[in-house]
Design a protein around this ligand. Structure first.
Ligand code: ADP
Length: 185
């Protein structure tokens, strides 16, 4: 089973993805992969550093390549995608690569959150270098402009989960959505 966790920055995708790892999923976060490239000081890391810190989107080609590398290691694995796809072009590329391996996305879970509360309650607490209010606002606007259309692309697979509740409650709602799909298939 392959899942996409969908939602604005700081909506809790990473937190929930880590919990799904305990259930056997492989967590693929393009944000984590890009941060790892920066930490290693690779050419790619140097290329993306400024874009990330100012809240821009890294090019589709780069993130698609990163994801492709991971999927091709074990195409039949159960993946939970976090922060990818962020554009319709990325969603189409993901579909093409999965189809070529005979697998597909089963479920897209959207974490519905109160965007105004995110900035004040969550973002400052994380202390990440790209989490200053200016960069965060840009990422939020980018999400609305570039990423919201991705939900439409997956409309038949979309399940909405309320994301402003405590972590364990959100987790339970996600488990319910997964169970519905497992029992249906
Ligand atoms: P958040 O969900 O809080 O925005 P992420 O860890 O998902 O944080 O992403 C951090 C940054 O990495 C983004 O602001 C962007 O610059 C870059 N990035 C991550 N995933 C993608 C992607 N799929 N496409 C383009 N850029 C990405």
């Amino acid at each position: 089973m392959n899942i996409i966790l969908f939602g604005p920055p700081a909506s809790g995708k990473g937190t929930q993805a880590k919990r799904l790892v305990e259930q056997g999923f492989t967590h693929l976060s393009t944000g984590d992969m890009l941060r790892a490239e920066r930490e290693r000081g690779t050419d790619l890391g140097k290329t993306v550093a400024e874009i990330m810190d100012t809240g821009g989107l890294v090019s589709d080609d780069i993130v698609i390549r990163l994801i492709e590398q991971e999927i091709s290691k074990n195409p039949q694995g159960s993946f939970v995608f976090d922060g990818f796809p962020r554009t319709v072009a990325q969603a189409k590329a993901l579909q093409a690569m999965m189809t070529s391996h005979g697998v597909f996305i089963d479920l897209v879970i959207r974490l519905d959150v109160d965007i105004d509360r995110l900035l004040s309650e969550r973002v400052i607490a994380r202390g990440r270098s790209d989490d200053n209010p200016k960069s965060f606002k840009k990422r939020l606007n980018q999400y609305i402009a570039e990423t919201t259309p991705v939900a439409e692309f997956y409309r038949t697979k979309l399940a909405s989960v309320p994301g402003m509740y405590p972590i364990e409650i959100v987790s339970k709602e996600i488990d319910k959505a997964i169970k519905i799909v497992r029992e249906r298939d």
